[in-house]
Design a protein around this ligand. Structure first.
Ligand SMILES: NC(=O)c1ccc[n+]([C@@H]2O[C@H](COP(=O)([O-])OP(=O)(O)OC[C@H]3O[C@@H](n4cnc5c(N)ncnc54)[C@H](O)[C@@H]3O)[C@@H](O)[C@H]2O)c1
Length: 371
């Protein structure tokens, strides 16, 4: 296979994360061709040139259509704000490129549906950036559940919290616009939903409450602008197999920095995980004498693959950006026609359908069955 030619649109938080992954995937995994970093697009030419030099891309442009038209680009990383995903991903797929698009697909469900339709027509690989499923610990939790280590799962609680919107004086920016989505639900809740999908399958029914902690936020140029979406949400959910679940998401939760706390309860035990301590999980198995039963803390180790591709020593720990490197390897696997652990546009659309059902249930004050 010739080296994949990479195009990157957007170079903010996630753009850098994708660039790190494309740069590192060969070094970490060895068994792939080193990708060729061909073309990078940013909102203005100066920033594009600066980032291309930093990230190691050959060409830079302020016109992302030029990147799409570049015959040397085989895969396009879309890491721009949510409202640009649909147009960029669709253009890339129609130009015959594979797409690695950040989550969520699009604020409007019809746009996300269109993305899937074009992906199907193109026959190209279309993957979403749900990196948390890539944690070797999460893979191991899935294996344990499959082996029946905690029996039959009946109840799940998952909380996702950060505090980047907790300060009422945070300036108004695109994340508070309805055109970017409902707020905590699609900015946030899609991540725990990707974990639930990975471990248990899709959500079947939901009922939701949402809250807007601050009615407006200051503008950079002075004055204030009304906040258009909700920073926190509580959702009751029903999953397949009669599993009852609770999802709480809050991006205005002071003190929480990167929390995705998962509690999984089964007939023979429990599993606890928190993304803020992503290199460990706790396992309780109702075995042996009750006098010695208790949670065991298990540290990430080479036995939890592909941790071993990064570090040979247990307990030393991976980081957030490493999950993107693993996701990148899985994407390359999918492009090569091999089985891959990814969230495709197909599954991504079902996650977004759940999010829209949550918002609908909030507005209509009732349970919604997701078809
Ligand atoms: N997977 C994850 O864990 C994760 C984490 C954070 C954000 N995200 C997602 O990543 C996406 C980007 O978020 P972010 O935090 O990196 O945002 P950001 O604001 O840090 O970066 C976005 C970048 O896109 C650039 N951009 C905007 N319009 C452009 C255009 N027309 N052409 C080229 N570049 C353009 C901006 O200049 C900016 O550099 C969002 O969809 C967000 O939901 C995913």
């Amino acid at each position: 296979m010739k080296p994949l030619g990479i195009g990157l649109i957007g170079t903010g938080y996630m753009g850098k994360c994708h660039a790190l992954a494309w740069n590192a995937v060969k070094t970490v995994f060895g068994d792939v061709e080193r990708p060729r970093l061909v073309h990078l697009a940013e909102a203005n030419a100066g920033l594009a040139s600066a980032r291309a030099a930093e990230f190691g891309f050959e060409k830079a442009t302020a016109d992302w259509w030029a990147l799409i038209a570049d015959p040397d680009v085989d895969v396009v990383s879309v890491t721009t704000p949510n409202q640009f995903h649909a147009e960029m991903a669709i253009a890339a797929l129609q130009a015959g490129k594979h797409v690695w698009c950040e989550k969520p697909m699009a604020p409007a469900y019809a746009d996300a549906e269109h993305m899937l339709q074009v992906a199907r027509q193109s026959g190209k690989v279309a993957v979403l950036g749900y990196n948390y499923i890539q944690n070797p610990i999460m893979r191991h939790i899935k294996t344990l559940i499959g082996e029946g280590a905690i029996g039959s799962v009946n109840h799940i609680r998952v909380e996702m919290d950060e505090d980047f919107m907790a300060d009422p004086d945070v300036l108004f920016y695109w994340k508070s616009e309805l055109s970017a989505g409902y707020g905590a639900l699609d900015d946030f809740a899609v991540h725990p939903l990707s974990l639930l999908w990975y471990l248990f399958g899709h959500v079947e029914a939901v009922t939701t409450d949402m809250v807007k902690p601050y009615a407006d936020r200051p503008l950079k140029e002075g004055g204030r602008r009304a906040v258009e979406n909700h920073d926190a949400a509580n959702v009751l959910m029903r999953l397949g197999g009669g599993i009852s679940a609770v999802l709480m998401a809050n991006r205005a939760a002071w003190g929480r920095k990167g929390r995705i706390a998962l509690q999984i309860y089964g007939s023979k035990g429990s599993i606890l995980y928190d993304q803020e301590r992503m290199n460990e999980f706790e396992l309780y198995q109702a075995e042996g004498r009750g006098s010695e039963q208790g949670f065991r803390k298990i540290l990430a180790a080479p036995a939890h693959q592909p941790y071993d591709r990064f570090i040979p020593a247990p307990g030393h720990g991976l980081g957030f950006n490493d999950l993107k490197i693993i996701e990148c390897r899985e994407l390359i696997r999918a492009i090569s026609g091999e089985p891959a652990s990814i969230v495709t546009f197909e599954d991504g659309l079902r996650i977004e359908k759940s999010v829209h059902a949550m918002a609908q249930s909030f507005h209509e004050r009732r349970w919604i069955e997701i078809g």
